[in-house]
Design a protein around this ligand. Sequence first.
Ligand code: NAD
Ligand code: GLY
Length: 367
Amino acid sequence: MQTLEVDLGERSYPIHIGDQLLGRGELFGEHIGGKQVAIVTNETVAPLYLDRLIDSLSGVTVTPVVLPDGEAYKNWQTLNLIFDALLTARLDRKVTLIALGGGVVGDMAGFAAACYQRGVDFIQVPTTLLSQVDSSVGGKTGINHPLGKNMIGAFYQPQAVIIDTSTLSTLPPRELSAGLAEVIKYGLICDEPFLGWLEEHVQALRSLDAAALTEAIRRSCAAKARVVGADERESGIRAILNLGHTFGHAIETHQGYGVWLHGEAVSAGTVMALEMSCRLGWLSAADRDRAVRLLARAGLPVTPPADMTPEDFLRHMAVDKKVIDGQLRLVLLKRLGEAVVTADFPREVLEATLRADYDALLAQLGV
Ligand code: NAD
Ligand code: GLY
């Protein structure tokens, strides 16, 4: 097992990464303050891993809360199902919530923990690659609103993140690729050598090679922990973690939540951010193409949906959380491994990026 630390003063916590950690009850016990635990999971993950986790916990009563599965359920109605279950079981302020599942479960259980009786402890047990490398770390919790992705939520840090890499063995390939979008993101924004490593290991990762997955998760979590440690509440540098997300969230919202996976939308959105960085004269065409090839080799979409117009993008992008005083800010690349958050770009360059012919770009790359 490897352990990293998210360094946030009194809110610091460990990230444990290893094989078969669901069976290591003592790891969980260290972070459970009372005698009550509620495990929030969903209909897909529960049959796979709920019993294994319950069996490893001792000396506590466990209330399972099994939610419907899907991004389309990341909303108030589903959140309320968690509160219904906690109140029905009369769980008190010493309860520890455990989020067992992907990013949807983690974001909702974390938000429920932030709100229930004004805040109770919670542990993230992410079971998708995306949630293991990104959403379980850093304390962003919340739900979607029909008008905007992740628009309702709270910053609320867990007591620990416990990553059992063996859970990835049941993950569908499409979901694995979606997680790789966020892994590649770390290389693009802050770790150029990691891109080289990913180029060498992308096939191993897609074939679920355990050593390669552990290394990708460790390196991604280390990058995320560094950025979150420097700027917990996104007053500055943390926004670089949103490379591709402003374009991507527009895709997710426009298509309907769950139609494109979050990581897929981030991938196509990242290609748009690369293209814009290139048009601004910051990123070379060769570096843009290198990154697009890697995303494509990871099994990800690298063109935006054909049915979305520039006006569709602009409408959805206007409700991004990085908009301040009506001004849109974007995460762009100065070069591979160096991201900036900026509002300082000509509007025409954004519009040209939205109108660009991505199919032609792909055809030229031969991917
Ligand atoms: P997800 O939670 O919908 O999980 C993907 C699918 O895999 C679901 O059907 C799920 O039930 C299933 N699944 C989960 N674990 C499995 C396993 N081990 N085996 C088989 N199936 C399994 O999606 P996701 O990609 O994990 O997360 C996406 C969500 O995370 C989005 O809502 C996004 O906004 C959010 N997110 C949050 C942050 C953050 O900082 N909080 C960061 C990135 C993404
Ligand atoms: N996924 C973006 C963040 O955690 O800040």
